[in-house]
Write a protein that binds this ligand. Structure first.
Ligand code: PMP
Ligand code: GLN
Length: 414
């Protein structure tokens, strides 16, 4: 086994997806919709692989199917208020995972430090380690709430002086994820400006994972850090068609950035992945073509999905509150965290002190209640486990009937 694999052999998704199926649970664990992507993109995919002259079943351009990179450049050119060259500023890879992997491999050397804000999407840690880097963690911390006031993701704050104190000569990268998985926090413009100032001052590159960019609720605004002064030239922005069109199995993702940075992601990509399935890229390209025409209008898929998901979020929030799990209302994303610390009498902590309470609780809930969720300690470092191990994550990008089945389980809990 290569040294780079040390300590990265466990994977929460591989472990818990299997258990969720084994116990036939109502699955609010892994983040994927259980309803189909919009009809017109599915039809585009089907046509791409069935119609003459069949060239969409073959290789396409290594760094992204021309029609897709052109549409991505058009869309993000508008959103970032930046002229984007489809062939220099956009790289399409195998999902956001592929784009992230290329970014970590492209910039992280042995000994480089990567700042990761907790709780974080788990793959940033092994990707840093596999590149030889060192993770430096900084937790978001909840502001105390008044008695009876319910918690929202906005209450969780980054202490930017704590962040500034973590910067060393070895700091190379800061990983940002907004809207955040698993908390659902949408970083405000002010928060992002403070982070941007630190990146600019210390010459740090930002990997900005924005796969949930369209999923912001209650009128919150998604702000792209690459659009802030001094940031375009030091930011790799990551997106995903899986999240944008609710088609996680298609594995189409992208990285956007200045040519002098993206060039190094292309080097990794061309020598490892080469390219992502042509038919899926064609379908996503057609999807963006349609959405570009109706961006921000009521019939835009991104607007519709956001509206539907806000209702689902509110339904789940109500159910969790009723059963006494204290939910943290998310400003964005697919997910909601809930505080399970009041369940310790009913579900006593594990006898093995190396097992965190949230893992133990989730396994208990799968077996005894046929309901799955994801433990939040999978999204934080060992050093900060105690801050997060009383929380679990539920996914609400589900059919109403799935959420109603979960509601039934929660209502009959006692
Ligand atoms: N980043 C975040 C924050 C995610 O939640 C996920 C998983 N959905 C990914 C990246 C990976 O996305 P993809 O499925 O496009 O590889
Ligand atoms: N991103 C998804 C989630 O957070 C799942 C990722 C995976 O299954 N590997 O649920």
């Amino acid at each position: 086994q290569a040294r780079r694999l040390e300590g990265v052999d466990k994977n929460i998704w591989v472990d818990l997806v299997g258990l969720a199926a084994q116990y036939k649970t109502v699955n609010l664990g892994q983040g994927f919709p259980d309803f189909p992507p919009p009809h017109f993109v599915r039809e585009a995919f089907a046509k791409a692989i069935t119609e003459e002259p069949h060239e969409l079943n073959q290789y396409t351009r290594a760094f992204g199917h021309p029609k897709l990179v052109q549409n991505l450049a058009k869309l993000y050119g508008q959103l970032l208020v930046q002229d984007l060259d489809p062939f220099c500023n956009v790289l399409v890879s195998v999902g956001a995972y592929g784009a992230l992997f290329c970014a970590f491999q492209a910039f992280v050397d042995e000994g480089d430090e990567v700042i990761i804000i907790e709780p974080f999407f788990d793959c940033y840690e092994p990707m840093t380690k596999m590149a030889g880097g060192k993770c430096v963690y900084i937790p978001l911390r909840p502001k105390p709430t008044d008695e009876g006031e319910s918690m929202t993701s906005e209450n969780w704050r980054l202490d930017t002086s704590e962040l500034a104190a973590k910067i060393t000569k070895q700091t190379k990268i800061l990983v940002l994820n907004t809207p955040n998985n698993p908390l659902g926090k949408v970083f405000s413009r002010e928060e992002l400006e403070e982070i941007a100032d630190i990146c600019v001052k210390h010459n740090v590159i930002c990997f900005s994972d924005e796969v949930y960019e369209w999923l912001v609720y209650d009128g919150n605004q998604h702000v792209r850090i690459a659009s802030l002064p001094g940031m375009w030239e030091r930011t790799i922005t990551i997106g995903s068609a899986g999240k944008t069109f609710g088609a996680t199995g298609w594995k189409v993702g992208w990285a956007l950035g200045p040519d002098n940075l993206l060039q190094h992601l292309r080097t990794v990509h061309q020598n490892s992945i080469y390219h992502c399935a042509t038919g899926a890229q064609e379908a996503v390209a057609q999807g963006f073509q349609v959405e570009l025409e109706r961006l921000g209008k009521a019939d835009c898929y991104f607007v519709q999905l956001r509206g539907a998901l806000q209702k689902k979020r509110d339904l789940l929030h109500r159910c969790l509150s009723e059963v006494g799990m204290k939910p943290v209302k998310p400003q964005g994303s697919y997910f909601m965290m809930a505080d399970i610390s009041d369940f310790k009498t009913e579900v006593p902590p594990p006898s093995d002190p190396s097992v965190s309470y949230d893992y133990h609780f989730v396994k208990w809930m799968m077996i005894h209640k046929q309901l799955s969720a994801i433990p939040i300690s999978a999204f934080c470092s060992t050093e900060h486990k105690n801050l997060f191990q009383n929380f679990i994550r539920f996914c609400f990008v589900k059919e109403d009937s799935t959420l109603e089945s979960a509601e039934k389980i929660l209502k009959n809990w006692k």
